[in-house]
Design a protein. Structure first.
Length: 183
C-alpha cells in the first residue's frame, strides 16, 4: 500500500504560473540519451492507481480542460476532491471531502485502496506531507524555467527528509524522480 504525491514542475519548482496556467508543460526538447514513453506501459501503469486525491483548484483546472474537449485524465477511478465549496460534479466517481485530511487518508482510503495518488496542487501536496501521510513523492522535472508561479509544495513547517529511489530521463527532456519519504 502506498500514498504517492505526483506532479510535474518546472526546473525552478513551479507546478503552474501564478494565474494557474500550465501552457509551459509542453516543451520541444530532445535528449538523445533519454527513454521514450511507451504508451502501453503508461496505460498499464495507470491501471495500478486505485484512487486519486486533489485540491479544488486542481479539480477546477481538470474540469476546464474537459470542457475544452481534452478529456478527463482520471478515468473511472474514484477521485476525492478536497473543498469547502459546492462545486459541479458531472460524474459519480467524484466525491467531495472537507476537513481532516489524515482522517480521510488513514480512516477511509488506506483500508480500501492500495495505490492512492495525490495529484496536486501545491497546497494539498504540502498538507499531505505536513501531516506525514505520503510514502513517496514523484517529481517530474520539465526542461524549462518559468521564474514565478505556484510552488510544488506550499508552506511546510519543518524539513522532510527523502530517499532518492529512482531516476529516469526521457527523450522529451523530462526527468522523473521518485523519492521515498523517510522516517
Ligand atoms: N504541474 C502539475 O503537475 C499540476 C498538477 C496539479 C495541479 N496543477 C496546478 O496547480 C494549481 C492548483 O494548485 P493550488 O496549490 O493552487 O491548489 P490545490 O492544492 O489544487 O487546491 C487547494 C484547495 O483545496 C481545498 N482544500 C485543501 N485542503 C482541504 C481540506 N483539508 N478540506 C477541504 N478543502 C481543502 C481548498 O479549496 P476550497 O476553497 O474549495 O475549500 C484549497 O484552496 C492549478 O493551476 C493546477 O493547474 C499542476
Amino acid at each position: 500500500m502506498c500514498v504517492t504525491i505526483h506532479m510535474a514542475a518546472s526546473l525552478d519548482g513551479f507546478i503552474a504560473r501564478k494565474d494557474g496556467r500550465i501552457d509551459w508543460l509542453e516543451t520541444s526538447d530532445d535528449f538523445a540519451g533519454g527513454d521514450t514513453m511507451d504508451p502501453d506501459f503508461v496505460e498499464a501503469f495507470l491501471k495500478t492507481i486505485d484512487c486519486y486525491v486533489m485540491g479544488s483548484r486542481t479539480y477546477e483546472t481538470a474540469l476546464g480542460f474537459e470542457a475544452k474537449g481534452l478529456g478527463w485524465p482520471y478515468g473511472d477511478k474514484p477521485t476525492f476532491v478536497l473543498t469547502h465549496r459546492d462545486l459541479p460534479r458531472p460524474r459519480s466517481t467524484v466525491e467531495f471531502y472537507s476537513g481532516d485530511l489524515a482522517e480521510l487518508v488513514n480512516g477511509r482510503l488506506r483500508p480500501t485502496f492500495r495505490n492512492i495518488w495525490f495529484v496536486g496542487g501545491g497546497a494539498v501536496s504540502a498538507e499531505c506531507l505536513r501531516l506525514g501521510l505520503a510514502d513517496e513523492v514523484r517529481y517530474s522535472i520539465v526542461p524549462i524555467v518559468i521564474g514565478d508561479g505556484i510552488p510544488f509544495f506550499g508552506k511546510l513547517d519543518r524539513d522532510i527528509a527523502l530517499h532518492l529511489a529512482e531516476v529516469k530521463a526521457y527523450k522529451s527532456g523530462m526527468v522523473d524522480l521518485r523519492y521515498e519519504v523517510r522516517g
